[in-house]
Write a protein that binds this ligand. Sequence first.
Ligand SMILES: C[S@@+](CC[C@H](N)C(=O)[O-])C[C@H]1O[C@@H](n2cnc3c(N)ncnc32)[C@H](O)[C@@H]1O
Length: 202
Amino acid sequence: MFRPHIDLAHQRWKECVQPGDIVLDATCGNGYDTLFLAGLALNAPMGTLFALDIQPKAIKNTREMLLKKLPAIVLEKIRFFCQCHSAFPQEIVPGSVKLIVYNLGYLPGENKEKKTEAETTAKSLERAIELLMDGGLISVTIYPRHPKGEEERERVIGIAAALSPQQWDVCHYTWVNRPLSPELLLITKRSSRSKRGRHPDQ
Ligand SMILES: C[S@@+](CC[C@H](N)C(=O)[O-])C[C@H]1O[C@@H](n2cnc3c(N)ncnc32)[C@H](O)[C@@H]1O
């Protein structure tokens, strides 16, 4: 049954994240994904949400939206960074992050030229892989029909496809008779318990 990619993504995020986890939104845009992540990870004494975007306008939009929707005790666990996601903030410890979310493309309603690019997205994904903890998930929403979107998709899928099946589960959802639908790539770092007893090609 057809389900929009965001429903599928939300379901997987919910299955993965526990209150108190560290999560990262690598393209916070207008803050909708950030808000959803805050609801999953920050209703606990611990928990941190890192929200990145290259555009000051996106950081402003996200901050303003979250200020209206979230209590101060939750807001103080969100760290904003206006920077390219090809480098992540130094304070994020490798192997510590439970979920990293990318929603590629441009900021809706703004200049479409200011969008994610194959080269920086690829660099970012390689670094995100290092940040993920066992049992963690990277979720990438891809828009291959955007200008240069196909190139970005090929880079991202290429990196994911090369990951060792002993350590990683990678699944790519496309709705093949709905050419305008975005695609969803899910990369899970297998926990050490699940690494045993399965043929690598299964
Ligand atoms: C489709 S929007 C994200 C939507 C957002 N997740 C939401 O829920 O509203 C893509 C965002 O990626 C940002 N972006 C583009 N290139 C980037 C880069 N190199 N590093 C970080 N963010 C980038 C854009 O500024 C834009 O806000």
